[in-house]
Design a protein. Structure first.
Length: 521
């Protein structure tokens, strides 16, 4: 049984259905006939949040997250000529069910190859089928919530892989003869040179999907078997997250809120590439974005459009670097400045100067934990007393995969086994002091691709620069001493936050160990 504070999607759905006085259904536990599933076309099902799941002489059963949409259900009744019986299903259940029935990307491509490609070989028409394949790949990746599409030439064919929840998965293969045409199609959409095959090229495109206009960043490099393309999907879904959605605890959120409510100083988000630093900064920027404030950003690249903010794209060709751009931004009367990344001494010096002179500066830095950001800045020739007086808070984070709600189950683990990987005091603090501790895992199902995981959440370490920490910094103490002082003052480490999420059934011990790389034997 899950902790009281950790209600499952199914429990929330059942309570909502009871309130609405509509029967409750869990679609992920059903096998829906294909002809019934197609009663409501997939794109319309996504938009209307409704799925037809059963049909008999008495009528058509439709699961929906919006039972009040009577006009739509009347149109379905008119189309089928039958009565519609409404059931309530959660949005997440509907979304995962739509994904499950879309897990036929290889089949879709094979059908295109059989029909369109065959015609193309006969008639000489190349673009239409290739265009369809590219559209199918991008739409499939979007529906699967993939962050990247990898298109890789191999000896006999072209491999398509999606990065989902931070892990690459093989999803389809197409004949090697089509690889160059697919790459050419991507180059055309991205306004890249189609006659250049021996140099790396970077570009971007925008594709109109049913759900949104999707921005895509494109990178193409020559490898031994041909050209490899990686498409980064910049979905607006990532912009909707709040810090709570990202997994930040109440205590850490209070520290961050206190920091960004100041009109000056610096907020740093640290961690390796792909750990969600920029998403966290965007979530803070979203809170601060009001008409009374002038927010200006300098980024490389500008990943998401923030309505109301002035966003500057770094451009090496015109010498618009982070440092030069930041100098210009300071003449634009900003209240809040977001510097995409502090990469060098010059950018660090200007950012610190801006934080000293009445601006709130948000930025990211590549360090392993929160405390290490301090010596990283001093390595960039920033005097310790300047670091101490400008930095308000440092957020370190990692991303762990969440346990799939559809197949979550309890998992008893021996405490002695855990002690080989995690300090005993941490186990006792978060999981209990017994011979066996209760954790959770996913059994694996069709919704989570049999991985047991679905989605990701952040684990955080928030270091608030207090009076005692400032003193440590000005005395040139190392990162270990600063981290020890922060822990004495109540800072939760990423391991602490991760184990807290393990206890709540959000993620697994293996995931926490994987991303924090605990070295304890």
């Amino acid at each position: 049984m899950l902790p009281d504070s950790q209600l499952t999607d199914e429990q929330v759905g059942a309570a909502t259905a009871s309130t609405l006085q509509v029967p409750f259904i869990v679609l992920s536990k059903l096998s829906i006939p294909k002809d019934v599933f197609r009663i409501i076309p997939e794109k319309i099902a996504h938009r209307q949040k409704a799925i037809a799941f059963a049909r008999d002489a008495d009528g058509v059963k439709v699961a929906t997250a919006n039972p009040g949409n009577q006009a739509f259900f009347a149109s379905v009744a008119k189309k089928t000529g039958q009565r519609i019986h409404l059931y309530f299903a959660t949005e997440r259940d509907i979304e995962t069910t739509l994904q499950t029935y879309k897990k036929v990307l290889q089949t879709t491509i094979d059908e295109l190859l059989k029909e369109d490609i065959h015609k193309a070989m006969v008639t000489g028409l190349e673009d239409p089928p290739v265009a369809k394949i590219v559209d199918v790949l991008i739409d499939g990746a979007y529906q699967d919530k993939a962050s990247d599409i990898h298109i890789e030439p191999e000896e006999k064919d072209c491999l398509i892989r999606f990065r989902i929840d931070g892990v690459l998965r093989d999803v389809a293969r197409v004949p090697k003869t089509l690889h160059d045409r697919i790459i050419t199609r991507i180059k055309v959409l991205s306004s890249l040179r189609t006659d250049e095959h021996l140099s790396a090229q970077d570009g971007k495109m925008r594709l109109a999907l049913t759900e949104e206009d999707l921005d895509i960043r494109v990178s193409i490099i020559p490898i031994t078997g041909g050209e490899k393309a990686v498409l980064r999907l910049l979905s607006s879904r990532s912009r909707q997250y709040t810090l709570t959605d990202l997994g930040m605890s109440e205590g850490d959120l209070a520290k961050v809120t206190n920091a960004f409510n100041k009109s000056y100083g610096m907020i740093l988000s640290t961690g390796p590439t792909g750990c969600g630093k920029t998403t966290s900064i965007y979530a803070i920027t979203k809170i601060l974005n009001t008409r009374e404030k002038n927010i200006t950003t300098i980024e490389d690249p500008v990943e998401y459009r923030i309505i109301g903010a002035n966003q500057v794209q770094v451009n090496a060709k015109t010498n618009l670097t982070f440092a030069n751009g930041l100098r210009s931004i300071l003449r634009q009367d900003p209240n809040i400045i977001f510097v995409g990344e502090i990469r060098d001494n010059e950018t660090a010096a200007i950012a610190v100067n801006a934080a000293l002179t009445g601006h709130l500066v948000l930025s990211t830095l590549h360090t392993n934990d929160a405390a290490t950001a301090i010596p990283r800045l001093t390595d960039m020739k920033i005097e310790p007393f300047l670091v101490a007086s400008t930095v308000n808070v440092i957020i370190a984070q990692r991303l762990v995969r969440k346990i799939c709600d559809a197949c979550k189950t309890t998992n008893m683990m021996a405490t002695d086994e855990l002690k080989h990987h995690i300090p005993a005091e941490a186990i006792k603090k978060h999981l209990g002091d017994t011979a066996e501790v209760t954790t959770y895992k996913g059994r694996g199902c069709n919704i989570c691709h049999s991985t047991g995981y679905s989605g990701r959440v952040g684990i955080f370490e928030v270091l608030e620069v207090t009076k005692a920490i400032r003193q440590k910094i000005t005395q040139r103490n190392d990162s270990d001493a600063i981290a020890d002082e922060a822990r004495k003052e109540g800072m939760s480490t990423m391991l602490d936050d991760g184990l807290d999420k393990v206890a709540k059934g959000v993620t697994t011990v293996e995931e926490v160990i994987r991303v924090t790389k605990v070295e304890f034997l």
